[in-house]
Design a binder for this molecule. Sequence first.
Ligand SMILES: Nc1nc2c(c(=O)[nH]1)N[C@H]1C(S)=C(S)[C@@H](COP(=O)(O)OP(=O)(O)OC[C@H]3O[C@@H](n4cnc5c(=O)[nH]c(N)nc54)[C@H](O)[C@@H]3O)O[C@H]1N2
Ligand SMILES: Nc1nc2c(c(=O)[nH]1)N[C@H]1C(S)=C(S)[C@@H](COP(=O)(O)OP(=O)(O)OC[C@H]3O[C@@H](n4cnc5c(=O)[nH]c(N)nc54)[C@H](O)[C@@H]3O)O[C@H]1N2
Ligand code: SF4
Ligand SMILES: [Mo]
Length: 768
Amino acid sequence: MTADRDQPWHKTACIICALNCGVEVQTDGRRITKIRGDDAHPVSKGYVCEKSQRLDYYQNGADRLTSPMRRRADGSYEAIDWDTAIREIAQKFKALKERHGGESILYYGGANQGSHLGGTYADSTQKALGIKYRSNALAQEKTGEFWVGGKMLGTGAHGDFEHCEVAVFVGKNPWHSHGFARTRVILRDIQKDPDRSLIVIDPRRSETAEMADIHLQVKPGTDAWCLAALAAILVQEDLVAHPWLAEHTTGFAEISAVLRSIPVSRYAQFCGVDEALLRQAARRIAQARSVSMMEDLGLQMNVHSTLGSYLQRLVWLLTGHYGRPGTNNAFVPFLSLAKASKGEGFAASQRPAQRVERRSPVVGAKIIIGLIPCNVIPEEILTDHPQRYRAMLIECGNPVHSLADSQRMRAALRALELSVVIDVAMTETAREADYVLPACSQFEKPDATFFNLEFPRNGFHLRQPLFEPRPGTLPEAEIHARLVEALGELSEHDYAPLRRAAKLGRLAYSLAFAWRSKRNRKIARYAAIVLYRTLGPSLPPGMAPAASLWGIAQIYVRSQPTAAARAGFGGNAVRAGNRLFDAILNSPSGLIFAVSDHADSWQAVRLPDHRINLWLPELLPELQKLESGPQPGDPAFPFVLSAGERRGETSNTAIRDSGWHRKGAFGPLRISPQDAQALGCTDGDSLRLSTGRGSAIVVVEITDTMQPGHISLPNGQGLDYRLADGTVVHSGVAPNELTDVTRRDFLAGTPWHKHVPARLAPVDRSSA
Ligand SMILES: Nc1nc2c(c(=O)[nH]1)N[C@H]1C(S)=C(S)[C@@H](COP(=O)(O)OP(=O)(O)OC[C@H]3O[C@@H](n4cnc5c(=O)[nH]c(N)nc54)[C@H](O)[C@@H]3O)O[C@H]1N2
Ligand SMILES: Nc1nc2c(c(=O)[nH]1)N[C@H]1C(S)=C(S)[C@@H](COP(=O)(O)OP(=O)(O)OC[C@H]3O[C@@H](n4cnc5c(=O)[nH]c(N)nc54)[C@H](O)[C@@H]3O)O[C@H]1N2
Ligand code: SF4
Ligand SMILES: [Mo]
């Protein structure tokens, strides 16, 4: 792509991973032709990775939808007009609600790596339908971590990798997956500086492990022993931060008694790491001025998911690495993802969190941050239990492809009385739904994410649209407004007074909104849609779907007045909220909305006396079970398959067209030279990969970054990408055709995707 000097550059962001780096693009018609980092973006500051160059494959995918679709009895689809689609969907949901209650409808999604504004409007549809149960991709990765974080800190915390002396990554490969601003620049800085250290826990010599000072190359699935040993060394060698622990924590006596009895050398053997190296790592962490530590899927999608999140936190908390420059800190969210998941995005601020424990209606699975564990969804549907889910509304998510056991997820969707998908493309999930509603792309509407985790200066970026919506598509705000109106919940009567006020300016609107919400219950209840319909028309052309941010800005300045004031949004709350909202609208590169102080990290600890809690008795039985060592594997499945590795060529399922890929095999299975030799295969050969749930033909890539017995497949591939002429291009392996819903964490239900027992065999020519 060559830049055209006469063409203007438009500001937007990359939507491929949660960082959403700011970019500038040139366009030609409806195409994105040139992409570069945006230096004015307050968080990414010009940084991008190679994947940013592929945005046009998302924007102009051949299987993008341009009309609502209705499934026929024979499984094919017919295009229908929007009025018919909205009317029929509203009628059918309403009938289900009347017969079985809103609790018979499951809402799934509302957020992917780049698009969260739609989810703010889904809040209204959920309320109108009386929906009680929700789920999204967080409930297959981060719910265990949220649960542990809630019990230990009462807040989320994020590493300050830019300033830390020691950075530790557990089951996280930031070189490819990113996860903090300007990742590769910061990793290189740490690598170059002799006074700083990088420690990586990963069975694979990942790109990040390759750069590390200490690589704890555990056997797959043994992090719990590795982390327990690190914590035990800290206590047994008396490397813990005693005065800090006494001042800031509770539960040290209880946890240290347990850690004192852990046999470190046995645990070192269990995880396959040299004991001396483990001790070296523990000492480095204890002696550092500052440590930032981060876990991700290698730990969370593995056999000790929730226990691992606990042990990981113990390592940096026993050594006092919290609430200072260079350590983990409590960032100030613009909109809390946990609250939004619970459907509390528009709830009154600072309401004490409800402590009633909720469980899923059929399986009785623990609901964490308001989410049903993804792995139990099929079990909650494929049953004759009277409280089963009978309908699903799915938006901005592709659960047939992304959740465990695609076969079962398909069967579950087909068993529902009604399924509706809102997406930009005819995805694997859309192809099982009764109705598919076409959303316009993230470059055809204002959009943003709430993955704002920076500290001490936290940024938010509202992207302005690059293009008009593709004909036939609508922004989610409009889709939800039409649904709520068709359900008879809102009408012109509710909107008219506020629309008039919006013409008089922001302050008049704010006062009218406050006054009206007291008199008309529906205004507060359906705040997002009301804002879209009344404030939306007064916003610049094409920006109406940004209206819900006005409500979020108002709630934010009230709940975080100090951080907001430091960022320039202080004083009278109504006016501060309006100033913030206007600043968001007028900052095409994004802005800083919160400035924190390290002391704020302590205020954020929402536990008695702002003390961190080190003792989680709920996890003690799991911790004690470690004594007997790892479970022996099933000899029929001698390999451990990590199903879903992030690579330079993966992007969840945001990019469906594999056409950008030019060099080498697409999505190969990585395998060690020793295993390849034993199997008699060479690079590029095909093998049959089988698990307890399925089998696939894989192309192998032999690499000494893998240890014997461990094999790895990329995530987000094996999509059924349909070209305009109907031909289906299938590239790579869909990992969840191979995974099992029952292999999940005992507490959070998170899947063990990084630890799938598997077998490799030559391809049987007759069946290939
Ligand atoms: N390029 C790219 N970037 C992405 C995404 C993408 O699709 N593509 N997706 C985004 C999303 S949604 C997420 S959640 C993040 C995830 O980001 P990461 O969690 O960093 O990504 P993964 O590659 O899935 O897993 C990380 C590491 O876990 C290791 N691992 C496997 N088994 C074990 C084990 O037993 N123990 C330990 N300690 N490690 C193990 C793998 O070798 C791998 O290096 O990435 C985000 N960034
Ligand atoms: N085996 C295995 N499975 C995994 C993983 C793994 O490592 N291994 N990783 C898991 C993880 S961590 C995650 S986060 C999930 C991700 O899986 P999903 O949550 O399903 O997310 P995405 O693929 O990012 O995107 C979801 C959908 O958003 C649609 N979309 C894009 N733009 C828009 C828009 O503007 N509006 C609407 N309405 N839709 C839009 C896309 O077409 C896509 O269908 O996958 C998980 N699945
Ligand atoms: S893929 Fe992620 S890190 Fe790379 S440019 Fe896009 S948002 Fe930034
Ligand atoms: Mo994820």
